[in-house]
Design a binder for this molecule. Structure first.
Ligand code: TMP
Length: 221
């Protein structure tokens, strides 16, 4: 395989992304892939600095477009420093959040418009999309229950938003998944972690089979 695979994890707060990241990484490694895990916004010093500005609980004055631009700026830097160099080396990149988070949170939930946010992101990413996106679909009630139970976790500005915000996030992901049904796979994240892992294993196995078929056909084209 020449170019690395680009896989992203998406989902609302409390959807279990952190545990799933580790599971996906280990699964892919067991299949012989070299995997680089990273996250957005962040992953490298410049983007982590932007992250701390965006998520600072003191920054209540932040304009929604400023927020959207900051997420996009962090994405651009992260893409150039981490994602592209690894993909070029043939390393699989597993990223916690990417463009879909902006389409959902800024485009749909904040109401800036999915089309505007798409254009903004295409400008920053030059049209790079993940090969596969796992959407951890958690209901807002279950997600918030887990956040509250997990008291050691960092509480950020966006966690303080209302249940309605979390409901809109879920609806936003539903819409974006309809827009990209081939790329985005929904995983029921309300179930136990064992159930989640079982479902993800099937998704990844199917995905890797598809990729290996595609690679083997390449010589005939
Ligand atoms: P995290 O808690 O998964 O690290 O994500 C931080 C928050 O940033 C989360 O509430 C979702 C939000 N976010 C956006 O609103 N837009 C984006 O483009 C990204 C990457 C994250």
């Amino acid at each position: 395989m020449s170019k690395g695979l680009f896989i992203t994890l998406e989902g609302g707060e409390g959807s279990g992304k952190t545990s799933v990241m580790l599971f996906v990484k280990e699964f892919l490694e067991s299949r012989g892939l070299q995997v680089k895990t990273t996250r957005e916004p962040g992953g490298i010093p410049i983007a982590e600095q932007i992250r701390s500005v965006i998520l600072d609980v003191e920054n209540t004055e932040m304009d929604e477009w400023t927020e959207a631009l900051l997420y996009t700026a962090a994405r651009r830097q992260h893409l150039v420093e981490v994602i592209l160099p690894n993909l070029k080396k043939g390393v699989t990149v597993l990223c916690d959040r990417f463009i879909d988070s902006s389409l959902v949170c800024q485009g749909y939930v904040r109401g800036l418009g999915v089309d505007y946010i798409s254009v903004l992101n295409l400008f920053a990413t030059r049209g790079l999309f993940p090969d596969l996106t796992l959407w951890m679909d958690v209901t807002p009630e279950e997600g918030l229950r887990r956040i509250n139970a997990n008291s050691g976790r960092e509480v950020n500005r966006l966690d303080l938003e209302s249940v309605n915000f979390h409901k809109k996030v879920q609806e936003g992901y539903r819409r974006i998944q309809k827009k990209y049904p081939e790329r985005i796979v929904r995983v029921d994240a309300d179930q136990s972690l064992e159930g989640v892992y079982k479902d993800i294993k099937i998704v990844l196995e199917t995905f890797l089979e598809k990729i290996s078929l595609r690679d083997s056909l390449e010589g005939y084209m």
